[in-house]
Design a protein around this ligand. Sequence first.
Ligand SMILES: [Zn+2]
Length: 113
Amino acid sequence: MHEVSIIQNVIEIATQKAFENNFSKINKVSLKIGQLTGVMPESLNFAFDSCIQGTMLEESTLGIEEVDALGKCEACNLQFSISHFNKLCPTCNNFCTSIVRGYELYVDTIEGD
Ligand SMILES: [Zn+2]
């Protein structure tokens, strides 16, 4: 399952950051997830709960911030919201080939003691 490997990666990063910051435990991990990644927050929450047992993140919560997707039209330079199904420029109807954001998937912040 895709989400489990993402969460395992998140746990690895968070544990590494905890050592760097001398945390003995992690209270919260916040992720940023672009809309175009196709990752479902509910699936991530589920994977998180089942993967954190026995790790430094055992008592932590997962925060997920979804990032909306933006494209840029090469013809008129307009930036506009896009989705998997609609990447057409609203003014000139060009198909958007330049994605400004929407594919992010990273650990944004980690809180710990
Ligand atoms: Zn355009």
